[in-house]
Structure formats: structure tokens, C-alpha cells
Design a protein around this ligand. Structure first.
Ligand code: RFL
Ligand code: PHB
Length: 392
């Protein structure tokens, strides 16, 4: 088999890259390890930045998002015993957000790929990027019981944190930065009407978050110890813990119901630099992970894809390698900005098991400062909304 760009991973980064390349006349093949049903069953991110919404719309992926998603202007912060406040990104920056599930984006991407009869090979196993530092890279894999070889000009590693792409880069060429947090998030999805705002709660019992997918689909999270097991969390226990972490008036407005999904995810920050080795480029979770507190993970995957598709299109359009040569540095500037914001919000909103009285008072002072200062709110609004893309 032969193509211009071999894309490893059919998550949001891989399928979106394939779509954006196609729209700029560049051929690709996507190799996804899992089945389509498995990929579509994953419940993950839900809050899209304006830049992400714009990219999806510009690439013909906006119709269902605009019909079913929930546009909103910012985030609400509440903490025990104090009044809540709203960080209004629209007022400060003219930027909005869209609550629309990653699961739905994934469906929209598969539908778009089907319409153009894209080559998306699911259940492709033993995927191995080869000779990536040469001019003739290729990918070996197994599909339908047959060993295959895909020759290509470039390889895009869009295979998530546990994928194979990053691991093929020699350790001497890669620097990794990591921070693990001493807790996880237990998340549930329920067919109930959500609270009006995406609301982050800091409470002595731990962090909680109220979010949404649509007018009748809610997503909630509570901070849990890392060793908690999903079996320990009945729906009743979840709802009583969640509502205990919100102020009584807000808690009274939370509609409870059976969970339709429930999972625990650990929190970590991770960045691998550079995001390129020879003809292999990393995109999305393959290169970086953020704790979900800033809702940045999926948005970063989309910004990487935006930069990489623009850079590869320039190569095929006019032979210019300028943008592929600056891809890693450009993508990493936006990555580190979001890594910092996610780390800041994680520290601001969670109860750390190791926190001293001093740490606690400093956290409360920061929350008070944000509550009282329009400048502080404008700064957080700018970071939460996400930085604009850099020009080519
Ligand atoms: P993905 O979505 O992990 O997709 C990678 C794809 O690559 C496939 N793959 C391989 N394919 C071929 N060969 C191999 N060797 C392969 N190894 C892996 C995988 O099957 C998969 O289909 O990465 P991508 O595309 O970069 O997208 C990134 C986003 O998925 C991610 O940033 C967010 O979902 C992160 N994230 C969240 N972000 C938020 O903003 N808000 C959230 O609430 C939120 N919740 C989450 C999350 C990530 C989670 N994971 C990864 C543990 C909850 C979870 C559970
Ligand atoms: C979500 O809706 O899943 C969500 C919202 C905000 C976050 C993280 C996740 O910070």
C-alpha cells in the first residue's frame, strides 16, 4: 500500500488530520488499533474552545455540533462557604465555548470519512513506524490476519498516550516532562438536565465539576483517591458525594438519575519534546497529556492537527518545508500555555492530601483574589478560552 501521509491512530486527532489533509488535496491512510465500536464507546472530553469550534465548522463538521451542542460563555467557580462567580470569556474576549461530546465528534468524523470513502483501517494491529529518520519511511502492521506494509512520505503519530509512535523515537532525541497528581476523577454521564453553567467546585470533601453534553445529558465529576475502584461507587453514593460538594442551593438544582457511563481517570501532566523526529510527527495525546481541569486535552489535539495539516499541505502545494520545520516549536508554545493553565486550575480547585494549613490559606486567598479582581478574571478568561493560533 502507498499514501502520502500514514496516520497512526483513529481518535479525534487522527481522523481530523485525515479530513483536513483530504480537503487540501493530500492523501492519507489511517491505521487504528481498535474496532470502530470500541472507539465510539469512549466517553471523554466535552468542552470545546472557540478555535476548535471554528476548525470543525470550517471543515464541514459543524452541522450536528451547532444543532445539538450547548454554546456557553465561560466557567463558574464555587467553593465552600463563599459566593460563586462566573469567569465570562465572552465578555472579556468575545470568545464562546461549545459543550459537545468527543464521542459525537468521533461519530461525525467517521461519517465524514465514510462519505469520501477514506481509507480508515480499524483493528490494525502490531503497527510499527519504520525508518522514520530516512526519506522513505513506511509502516508495518497486521490487518485481517495479513501482514501489510504502507509506504509513505510522512507519518503522523496520533495514537494517544499509550501509542507506539512516541516510543519509536530514540530516548536521546526526546525530552519528557511529567507531573502526576495524587488523585483521580470519577465521572458519570446521566440523562438529566444539566446545571446552566459548567461549574467547578472546591470543597473540603474534594473537587467536583458539573458539566453538560446537551439539554438533557449531564456530565459530572468528583475528585477521588487514586486507589478507589469503580465498583465502590454506586450511583447513590456518587450523587450524595457530588451534591455534598456544591452549595445547598445549587445542589438542590442537580437532577439525579441512573448513570449511563461511569469511569475513573488519573490526573497527570506530560509533555514530550520535540514533537517531530525525522518524518514522524506527533499530535495530541501521543505528545502531551493535561489534567482535565482546564478542559484542554481535546482542544490541544485539534490545534496540533491544525498546525500539522497546514504544514503538510504547504509541502504538497508548493514544496515549502518552512512550516513542517517550525511545527514542533509552534505547537509546543500552545501546548505549554495549556499545560500551565491546566496545572494552575488543578492546584486552585482540588484538595491535595498533602496540603498544609499554609497551602490551604494560600489557595483560599487565590480564590478570593479571583473573585474580587476583574484583572485576575480577565487573565483566567484568556487562558481558559485558549490562545489564538499563530499565523503561518
Ligand atoms: P486518543 O483519543 O487517545 O486517540 C488515540 C487513538 O490511537 C489508537 N491507538 C493506536 N492505533 C494504532 N496503533 C497503535 N499502536 C495504537 N495505540 C493507540 C487508540 O485506540 C485511539 O483510538 O488521542 P487523540 O486523538 O490525541 O485525542 C486526545 C483526546 O482524546 C484527549 O486529549 C482527551 O479525551 C483527554 N481527556 C479529556 N479531555 C478533556 O478536555 N476533558 C475530559 O473530560 C477528558 N476526559 C480524557 C478524558 C482522556 C482519557 N483517557 C485518554 C484516559 C477521559 C479519559 C478516560
Ligand atoms: C466535560 O464536560 O467532560 C468537562 C468539562 C470541563 C472540564 C473537563 C471535562 O474541565
Amino acid at each position: 500500500m502507498k499514501t502520502s501521509v500514514a496516520i497512526i491512530g483513529g481518535g479525534p486527532a487522527g481522523l481530523l488530520l485525515s479530513e483536513m489533509l483530504h480537503r487540501q488535496g493530500v492523501d492519507s491512510v489511517v491505521l487504528e488499533a481498535r474496532s470502530r465500536d470500541y472507539v465510539l464507546a469512549r466517553i471523554r472530553a466535552g468542552v470545546l474552545e472557540q478555535t476548535t469550534v471554528d476548525v470543525l465548522r470550517e471543515n464541514g463538521l459543524g452541522e450536528r455540533m451547532d444543532a445539538q451542542g450547548h454554546p456557553h460563555d465561560g466557567m463558574r467557580i464555587v467553593w465552600a462557604g463563599r459566593s460563586s462567580y462566573f469567569i465570562n470569556c465572552y465578555e472579556h474576549l468575545g470568545k464562546r465555548f461549545m459543550a459537545y461530546g468527543q464521542t459525537q465528534i468521533q461519530e461525525d468524523l467517521f461519517a465524514a470519512a465514510d462519505r469520501r470513502q477514506a481509507r480508515v483501517l480499524t483493528e490494525a494491529t502490531d503497527v510499527r513506524p519504520m525508518d522514520v529518520a530516512s526519506d522513505k519511511p513506511y509502516v508495518l502492521f497486521r490487518h485481517n490476519g495479513v501482514d501489510e506494509r504502507l509506504d509513505c512520505d510522512y507519518i503522523a503519530g496520533c495514537d494517544g498516550f499509550h501509542g507506539v509512535s512516541r516510543k519509536t523515537i530514540p530516548p536521546t532525541h526526546l525530552q519528557e516532562f511529567e507531573k502526576a497528581y495524587p488523585f483521580g476523577w470519577l465521572g458519570i454521564l446521566s440523562r438529566t438536565a444539566p446545571l446552566p453553567d459548567v461549574t467547578y467546585a472546591n470543597h473540603p470533601r474534594g473537587f467536583a465539576l458539573a458539566s453538560m453534553r446537551s439539554s438533557n445529558l449531564s456530565r459530572y465529576y468528583v475528585q477521588v483517591p487514586l486507589d478507589d475502584k469503580i465498583e465502590d461507587w454506586s450511583d447513590d453514593r456518587f450523587w450524595s458525594e457530588l451534591t455534598a460538594r456544591f452549595p445547598p442551593k445549587m445542589a438542590a438544582r442537580i437532577q439525579t438519575g441512573p448513570s449511563i457511563e461511569k469511569s475513573i481517570a488519573p490526573l497527570r501532566s506530560f509533555v514530550a519534546e520535540p514533537m517531530r523526529h525525522g518524518r514522524l510527527f506527533l499530535c495530541g495525546d501521543a505528545a502531551h497529556i493535561v489534567p482535565p481541569t482546564g478542559a484542554k486535552g481535546l482542544n490541544l489535539a485539534v490545534s496540533d492537527v491544525f498546525y500539522l495539516s497546514r504544514a503538510l499541505a504547504a509541502v504538497y502545494r508548493d514544496g515549502s518545508e518552512r512550516l513542517i520545520d517550525s511545527y514542533s516549536a509552534m505547537a509546543l508554545r500552545r501546548v505549554w500555555s495549556s499545560v500551565r493553565t491546566s496545572w494552575y486550575l488543578t492546584n486552585l480547585l482540588h484538595r491535595f492530601p498533602t496540603a498544609t494549613e499554609f497551602d490551604q490559606r494560600a489557595q483560599e486567598a487565590e480564590l478570593d483574589y479571583l473573585n474580587g479582581s476583574a484583572h485576575a478574571q480577565a487573565s483566567l478568561a484568556e487562558q481558559y478560552a485558549g490562545m489564538p493560533f499563530e499565523p503561518a
